[in-house]
Design a protein around this ligand. Structure first.
Ligand SMILES: *Cc1c(COP(=O)(O)O)cnc(C)c1O
Length: 356
């Protein structure tokens, strides 16, 4: 493991006074982590430096061919003053998988974890403390070769920035309205849907704008070939409770394998619920909504943890779920996951990692 050089700021910023107005991803902490890659040299010179602009040539490959990946996880304050990460090993493994798909040399896993821990430790006074808040961690890698030739870059930058984030739900869990998109698609099997890559988000914006214009918070994607099977939401995986069973689309190569998704599956199984990872067609959903067997629906992702879905719209069918409110499994998952993340509930699964 490589030693991280520390270059700390002499001009720390003022921390936000009102933790109820943090929002998401708008404020950044005093420092960032940077490590460079050059072919022949590998990943080298990890350092923590003051948060600052990066200088790149206009010809840098990332600007033209989007050779980029990112991750997203959070650090939480516990009531007794400890700092916890939640399943960082999962994010680090997923980052490695994303890198491999995008021809980016993966960061050694121990350097990655050390980077997360060291940066969070340096910035621990930035972790907000009020209920529902956390420190969002955004690691990403960009291709920096100065060349317009289409081939994998020979040089990269791995950067981590941190952003204190507000409670996703200012007033408790709130059900969202979701638009099932049947025209645009996000990803196809064999593409990069399974990688956490900026390019997937570029592809998603058009439908997101369309959904928002119709009053819907997020888009639920269908498969890219038949537009028949449910994939996932904008930045969340999707779960249904149909006739007593917890159902989620199986990982098929075009769905992002969420850490929160895996956590929901683990918890529901540990509670003795019947769980199915399988193909779910939109027709099945519409039929289940009609006959009343669609009991619950929720999204899962690091930002919101659990996002109950109160309304699903597919073409002209507007389906109200759980009476437009929050179902009991959604609520239980939210309470349990956030309880473990913030050290309020016992971590029987060994999911949290303390930053000391
Ligand atoms: C990050 C992400 C998710 C959720 O993953 P988590 O690890 O649970 O945060 C789901 N879908 C997409 C497209 C994502 O980028």
């Amino acid at each position: 493991m490589q030693e991280i050089k520390l270059e700390l700021t002499k001009n720390p910023k003022e921390k936000p006074a009102d933790q109820s107005k943090l929002g998401f991803g708008r404020i950044f902490t005093d420092h960032m982590y940077v490590m460079d890659y050059h072919e022949g040299q590998g990943w080298h010179d990890p350092k923590i430096i003051p948060y600052q602009p990066i200088s790149l040539e206009p010809s840098a490959m990332v600007f033209h061919y989007a050779q980029e990946m990112f991750e997203g996880l959070k650090a939480y304050h516990t009531p007794d003053g400890r700092v916890l990460l939640f399943r960082p090993d999962r994010n680090i493994q997923r980052a490695e998988n994303s890198c491999k798909r995008l021809c980016i040399p993966p960061v050694p896993q121990d350097d990655f974890l050390n980077a997360l821990k060291t940066l969070v430790r340096v910035e621990k006074d930035w972790i907000p403390t009020t209920p529902g808040t956390s420190l969002y961690i955004r690691p990403f890698i960009i291709a920096t070769d100065e060349s317009l030739g289409v081939h994998p870059s020979h040089s990269y930058k791995f950067i981590i920035i941190l952003s204190p984030s507000g409670a996703y739900y200012a007033s408790g869990l709130n059900p969202v309205k979701i638009w099932i998109e049947d025209d645009y698609v996000r990803a196809v099997r064999g593409g990069i849907g399974e990688a956490k890559a900026g390019g997937n988000y570029a592809a998603s914006l058009k439908a997101q704008v369309k959904g928002e214009a119709g009053g819907y918070a997020q888009v639920l994607w269908l498969d890219g070939v038949e537009r028949k099977y449910i994939e996932e939401v904008g930045s969340m995986n999707i779960f249904f409770k149909i006739a007593g069973k917890v159902v989620t689309p199986q990982l098929n190569g075009s769905i992002l394998p969420g850490v929160t998704r895996a956590t929901c599956l683990d918890l529901c199984r540990s509670w003795g619920m019947e769980v199915e990872e399988r193909r779910v067609s939109v027709e099945e959903l519409v039929a289940a909504a009609r006959d009343g067997s669609l009991e619950e629906c929720w999204g899962s992702g690091t930002a919101a943890v659990i996002s109950p879905v109160g309304t699903l719209r597919y073409e002209n069918d507007v389906m109200e779920i759980s009476g437009g409110g929050i179902g009991p499994v959604s609520q239980r998952l939210y309470d349990t996951v956030t309880g473990i993340q913030t050290g309020k509930l016992e971590d029987a699964h060994g999911w949290t990692v303390e930053v000391k």
